[in-house]
Design a binder for this molecule. Structure first.
Ligand code: ZN
Length: 454
């Protein structure tokens, strides 16, 4: 296996249990794993096949982890009629447009969205695709993402309760439950890799309490639990109308609903949880249930500010999600970490409610825990070679070099200079290497225009 030495790192942010940051560091990678790291001089360097000399101008961090997204929505960003709507109005405006999506739309949007995430430091992402119109399949997304080099957790989403059955989506975008379960089995068999350093895992992800039946929630949970490492994901407690729906249809709070359909556990993570209250937070902590915190989307749709500080204090696993791509509408994880820090402060009216380093922790270790991964999220011997390097010699970070790690979050840097995923260089000097983004951008614009103009 080939080895790579990264030397003259200004600061190496390990995210290990001690929160160690090493000034003047080096790191040796062999194949797709980290072999050694430490102060320059302590790392054996003699036999490296390749050397990347960062000349003391970069911070190196573990690759960021995105725990919630909808890549297909890259086709419908900033749609005028949906710009100023809350969640339910936003969804009802966009469902008929999404019904026109094609397999080529799924592929082009996934390629571009994954590339945008990678350029902002993301090296592992989960995506939630829950509608499959016009012959689209999860396979289309998986193939597209593989071309970007991103480590991927593909969620086989679903909607089964349309308007005629009291659900929110139009009947045209829901699927029969038997078909959903059969296809879920198929994609697990075809794609799911539960082994360490896996580049592709499957999760089962009925979309939300207001678009599927309780039966489908229960059966999806049972199906996932019959396969090692297949996790469960959905949306929960996103806004007040979501809470109203739960009360009116089930007579339950969202956490009571989740518990009743077997959706609490260390193999489950829920997106948003803006309106999680006690004893719900305690139940999440006791059961090891995770949360994908999506601050930009929650502010964009005016859903509220999630009680992230309380969740973390209670021991709940919390990671970041860019969400969207049409409810953010950026797909930038460094932005998301910054907004997580700010929104926690505003919610608590306390400038010390979340530090920059805690925001980076959410974006790395937190996300790894939420996705059930012990091989990513920190830099140490044996861990996956997923890491990013941010140039500190830029206008964005000027004047913050006394603490460039905090500056990375405070000052709004939003691009990485280098990204390595599974030992492979995918961003070099801010350039995305796997393919040319210009034709994919043109394709997304062409397909977006066709969908929005019917
Ligand atoms: Zn979502």
């Amino acid at each position: 296996m080939k080895s790579l030495l990264i030397r003259n790192i200004h600061t190496l942010v390990t995210m290990n249990a001690a929160g160690e940051e090493i000034r003047g560091a080096a790191m040796l990678v062999r194949g797709n794993r980290i072999e050694a790291l430490g102060p320059t001089g302590s790392v054996p360097a003699g036999d490296a096949d390749e050397v990347l000399d960062l000349k003391g101008r970069h911070i190196v961090l573990p690759g960021l982890v995105n725990t919630h997204h909808h890549f297909y929505q890259h086709l419908t960003r900033a749609v005028p009629a949906a710009q100023d709507r809350e969640l339910f109005g936003w969804l009802k405006t966009l469902y008929p447009i999404w019904a026109r999506m094609t397999p080529e739309g799924v592929r082009a949007s996934a390629k571009l969205c994954a590339a945008e995430l990678i350029l902002s430091g993301c090296t592992t992402a989960s995506d939630h695709l829950y509608l499959f119109p016009n012959g689209s399949r999860l396979d289309d997304e998986i193939e597209a993402v593989a071309a970007t080099g991103l480590r991927f957790h593909a969620s086989r989403g679903s909607m089964s309760v349309g308007e005629s059955q009291g659900g929110l989506p139009p009947d045209s975008v829901v699927e029969p439950e038997s078909q959903i379960l059969k296809d879920s089995e198929r994609v697990i068999a075809a794609f799911h890799d539960p082994e360490p350093l896996s580049m592709l895992r499957i999760a089962l992800a009925p979309c939300s309490p207001f678009s599927v039946s309780q039966d489908l929630m229960r059966e999806s949970a049972a199906l996932a639990r019959s396969h090692r490492g297949v996790r469960l994901h959905t949306h929960l407690a996103e806004n007040q109308r979501d809470l109203d729906y739960s009360r009116e249809h089930f007579g339950q709070t969202p956490v009571e609903f989740a518990e009743a359909v077997n959706w609490l556990g260390s193999d489950v993570w829920h997106a948003h949880c803006v309106w999680l209250e006690e004893p719900g937070i305690a139940r999440f902590a006791e059961t090891g249930t995770g949360v994908a915190h999506c601050p930009c989307s929650n502010m964009r749709l005016a859903s509220g500010l999630a009680p992230v500080v309380q969740m973390r204090a209670a021991g709940v696993a919390v990671g970041l999600g860019a969400d969207g791509a049409a409810s953010n509408d950026a797909s930038n994880l460094l932005h998301e970490a910054r907004q997580a820090m700010f929104s926690a402060r505003v919610r608590a009216l306390d400038a010390a409610a979340m530090t920059a380093r805690e925001a980076l922790q959410l974006a790395t270790l937190g996300g790894a825990r939420v996705l059930g991964r012990e091989d990513i999220g920190s830099l140490a011997p044996g861990m996956a070679a997923d890491f990013i390097a941010v140039n500190i010699d830029t206008p964005q970070l000027a004047g913050a070099l006394h603490d460039p790690v905090a500056g990375l979050v405070f000052c709004g840097e939003d691009r990485v200079d280098y990204s390595f995923i599974n030992g492979r260089c995918v961003v070099k000097e801010r350039r995305f290497l796997p393919f040319d983004l210009a034709p994919v951008t043109a394709e997304v614009n062409r397909l977006s225009h066709a969908m929005i103009n019917g």
